[in-house]
Design a protein around this ligand. Sequence first.
Ligand SMILES: [Zn+2]
Length: 132
Amino acid sequence: MYGAVVCPRCRKGFAVDLERRTSSCPHCGRRIQVRRMKTHFTSESASLTAQAVRELNRRGRRLKVDQGPRERVLPMSPSRIETLVQDLGEFDQDELEAALGGRTAMEAEEILRRVLQMGLVYEVSPGRYRKA
Ligand SMILES: [Zn+2]
């Protein structure tokens, strides 16, 4: 299993073998504990992981790399957002992000702000939301 990680020192992405305990950054040589790294992408395929690393380095750390082929994500219209919220019922930002399928955390945050403004959801407890 391979994973795409971001170097804590130079902030560049690289691929690691997740079965190994340590690895080092090919860009700056920093040694890392594989287990402690947040993986932005995991795959059995070294070439898919390398592709994810290229994407990470091209678009920066905020990017959440797609896990393989997936249908194109359509822009979120208010009615789609409403349907999504109805389906979720009660959720937190991570669940919303997962339901958005491959969109970035930033977009989940933005959508959350919008549905709160629209009165579609309310905050039941800090960080938990429920459809109104
Ligand atoms: Zn580095």
